[in-house]
Design a protein around this ligand. Structure first.
Ligand code: SF4
Length: 309
């Protein structure tokens, strides 16, 4: 039977096209912190930031090389043919002197089965010397940069205490793209301070910047955060699941169809979550979004007609 066409550009399909096999990300905890938590850029961090800085790696207490090997073992038992991306996930993974970064990145490249480095960071922590270092690594493998943005609404960025502006994000994307790195952007599409117009504008700006990938998230609330205070005091309300699905579908409609969708939702942390995903799993939410795309007979890029391309 002929396989049904996807209504959005799926990551798994992109990986197969590029590497010929399944690719798994290996989450690495490399011991970094964040300039928005240690007072260099800001204090207290983003209002939603959990104690693990957005990375929940199971083997976080092991040296980097061991973390990678453990995950490889697990995935190889599960999949016959698989390659890997070393995913530096938690906190700000470019926030250290270049020689320290070099050592940590090298440690993760345990063998030729690692086809790329995936480095998660803030857009304001990408100095040219770090890009020079990554360009050296790019001679041997692919470089994916995961940039946290969340929204193009710069007033919301302030409320979130991101401690960077939209301009710094645009600057980071332009400089990273100039070097030929793959840029993936993290966006939270149901921020209580944003409306559909912000979601659409986010899709448009990411398309105009020619980013390579996006990761959509729903806002989750973790105990002990400023967001938790706001949520528990009733100062903010998180929209409904239907609203999230509507925003995700609309975001996709406005997004350049060539941009790879790395995620349509993510799972909240296993510990300390007060609110997350309306009690559903990430996969259930993805399924609902796919159903809605089907129901509306729409697809990624349907309304991508606003740029002179
Ligand atoms: S930039 Fe990331 S690690 Fe830093 S405070 Fe914000 S969410 Fe946490």
């Amino acid at each position: 039977m002929k396989e049904k066409m996807s209504r959005y550009r799926k990551l798994s399909e992109y990986f197969k096209e590029r590497y010929g096999v399944r690719v798994q990300r290996i989450p690495i905890f490399a011991g970094f912190t964040c300039p928005n938590r240690d007072g260099t850029k800001g204090k207290g961090g983003c209002i939603y930031c959990d104690p693990y800085g957005g990375g929940f790696s199971t083997f976080r207490n092991l040296p980097i090389k061991q973390q990678v090997l453990k995950w490889m073992e697990i995935y190889k038992k599960k999949y016959k043919k698989v390659k890997f991306l070393a995913y530096f996930q938690a906190f700000t993974n470019t926030y250290a002197p270049v020689d320290v970064l070099k050592k940590k990145y090298e440690e993760a490249i345990v063998n030729g089965e690692i086809v790329g480095l995936d480095i998660s960071t803030r857009p304001d922590v990408l100095p040219e010397k770090v890009l020079d270092l990554l360009e050296e690594f790019k001679k041997k493998l692919d470089i994916y940069l995961d940039l946290g943005l969340q929204t193009v609404n710069y007033k919301t960025l302030k409320i979130l205490n991101r401690a960077h502006t939209l301009a710094e994000f645009i600057d980071a994307v332009i400089r990273a793209k100039r070097r030929g790195f793959f840029v993936t952007v993290h966006v939270i599409i149901n921020l209580p301070w944003d409306d559909m117009e912000d979601v659409i504008e986010t899709a448009k700006i990411l398309s105009a910047l020619r980013v390579d990938g996006v990761k959509l998230h729903s806002l989750y609330v973790v105990k002990g955060t400023k967001l938790a205070q706001m949520y528990e005091s009733g100062a903010i309300k998180i929209g409904s699941l239907n609203e999230y699905i509507d925003r995700a579908v609309t975001f996709l409609e406005y997004l350049d169809p060539s941009i790879v969708i790395h995620r349509l939702a993510s799972d909240p942390p296993r510990e300390g979550t007060i609110f997350g995903n309306w009690g559903l799993s990430k996969n259930e939410i993805v399924r609902l979004i796919e159903q809605e795309l089907e129901k509306r007979g729409t697809w990624q890029g349907k309304r991508f007609d606003y740029l002179n391309v």
